[in-house]
Design a protein around this ligand. Structure first.
Ligand SMILES: [Zn+2]
Length: 488
């Protein structure tokens, strides 16, 4: 394993060269798998929930007699007790409100950039904040990912760009029938009071039974659709299928960012991908494609000893800084990639001012293939077709207002183009986001938030690290999300 100190690169020529080689790998590889953890959301301004006005304090105010511990708060056994259930709901409501007020950071936008350049084979995240979706990547937990629009159906493997290993805080799921819904303001209001909303699907069934004088059934309640300790992932089978499919497509690069790699299920996933990526590397005699086959780990703290021989490079630093450098280098190394981006932007009915001219497309155009290369068989890597570009002054007023699922522009372009009509992407707002918590060790970060006291938060972080699928993706969990049947 080669350790590259991001901050010290200026002083050291070999570090500089190695970092630049990694940028070239990103620029040249075509099937990149990215695995992420809490570290990539640190810069998104999630408040410190352990500080006096933090989430813990708010929960403590509501439930003064309850002793709070990270592990207890996220263990499936919490449903056995009405009070711990109420505390959990209140905590999640507070946490979701903080997440709703925050925006994705540079690393989330980088993932979307890789996807828009047809380089992202798949993103896998431990985070439940849903920032990848806000940045434009379809998540496995989303409604759009369901093959027939219903909660319990299979997910659309091809369309899913981000696999949410620990669920999604923006979704709710029925504890009885597993029906899933988006978490609404009303749900949030009730959760905040420690109350669980009734499941609409169960209600409907119960009313129908009453109408035909059948014996009534119990109506299930809705809970946050995140994965707790000792609880199988409700989409475990689907995730296993996606992972197998991705391994069989032989990814050419693995990037691991902002995670300490301590969770059992995640370790297995990373090791499997690393093995495949290494086998995709150049065989010694032919030096062709020497940029491929690398496993890169970007994190403030080093990985455990068990990762020697699996991780090739440890970039010591913030993920936001590293993706910034990669993007910068990539633009210099392969400027043609960025010309294509202008057409991509145009297909979105958006405006770009990259370079010396403006690109406007008034109508949506279908994606297809690139001019330079023949279309490949694996569709996900086929670049879009050239689009007719209209060189004119952008008609700002006719532009559609973007919602959260519309892929945003790359960070560099956002600053130039979108501030006219999108408050969220306004450059000034982005600049006023709280700075990174630079003084903290990686272990001092929570799953989604940084804590002020490393000593207290370390154990929480360790706990949160265990907040994983207890069954690894390939194992067979019980049928869809029926692990918890408390009171059922
Ligand atoms: Zn239900």
């Amino acid at each position: 394993m080669i350790t590259l100190d991001f901050a010290g690169q200026k002083a050291d020529a070999s570090t500089r060269r190695a970092l630049s080689d990694l940028s070239l790998s990103v620029a040249k590889c075509k099937k990149i798998v990215v695995v992420t953890g809490a570290g990539i959301s640190c810069s998104s301004g999630i408040p410190d929930f352990r500080s006096s006005d933090g989430l813990y304090a708010l929960v403590k105010e509501k439930y003064p007699d309850v002793v709070l511990k990270g592990r207890d708060l996220f263990d499936a056994s919490l449903f056995r007790d009405p009070t711990s259930t109420a505390v959990f709901y209140t905590f999640i409501a507070q946490l979701k409100q903080s997440i709703d007020a925050a925006t994705p950071g540079p690393t989330h936008h980088f993932l979307q950039l890789l996807d828009s350049k047809k380089k992202l084979l798949r993103s896998y995240t431990q985070n439940i904040d849903g920032f990848e979706a806000k940045a434009g990547l379809l998540g496995s937990a989303s409604q759009e990912a369901k093959s027939n629009g219903k909660g319990k159906s299979k997910i659309r493997t091809k369309e899913v760009r981000n696999v949410q290993l620990h669920g999604d805080i923006h979704r709710v799921r029925c504890r009885s029938c597993s029906a899933e819904y988006a978490c609404t303001d009303e749900h949030l209001r009730m959760f905040n009071e420690g109350i669980a909303p009734d499941c609409p699907e169960c209600l409907e069934r119960a009313e129908a039974r009453v109408a035909r004088s059948a014996r009534s059934i119990k109506v299930g309640s809705l809970r946050p659709a995140i994965v707790l300790y000792d609880e199988p992932h409700p989409l475990g089978d689907d995730i296993g299928t996606i992972q197998c499919a991705d391994v069989s497509r032989k990814p050419d690069m693995l990037i691991i960012m902002g995670t300490s790699l301590k969770v059992h299920g995640l370790k297995k996933l990373v090791k499997e991908f690393a093995k495949t990526v290494h086998s995709a590397g150049p065989s010694s005699p032919s030096k062709a494609k020497k940029w491929s086959g690398k496993v890169v780990f970007v994190n403030r703290t080093p990985p455990a000893a068990e990762w020697a021989g699996i991780i090739d490079y440890h970039v010591v630093g913030e993920t936001d800084e590293w993706v910034g450098k990669v993007t910068e280098d990539w633009k210099k190394m392969r400027p043609s990639d960025w010309e294509i981006q202008q057409t991509l932007v145009a297909t979105d009915g958006d405006v770009s001012m990259n370079g010396n001219f403006k690109v406007v497309a008034s109508t949506k155009t279908k994606a297809g293939k690139d001019t330079k290369k023949k279309p490949r068989k694996d569709e996900e890597n086929v670049p879009p077709p050239p689009t007719a570009m209209v060189l004119s002054t952008p008609d700002i007023t006719s532009l559609p207002v973007r919602d959260v699922f519309t892929p945003p522009l790359s960070p560099s372009k956002r600053r130039q183009a979108t501030s006219h009509y999108s408050v969220e992407s306004s450059p000034s707002k982005r600049r006023t986001m709280p700075p990174l918590k630079k003084g903290l060790e990686d272990g001092a970060r929570g799953l989604l938030f940084a804590a002020k006291k490393p000593d207290v938060s370390m154990d929480l972080y360790d706990d949160m690290n265990d907040l994983s699928m207890q069954s690894p993706p390939k194992a067979k969990p019980p049928k869809t999300g029926r692990a918890i049947r408390v009171g059922a």
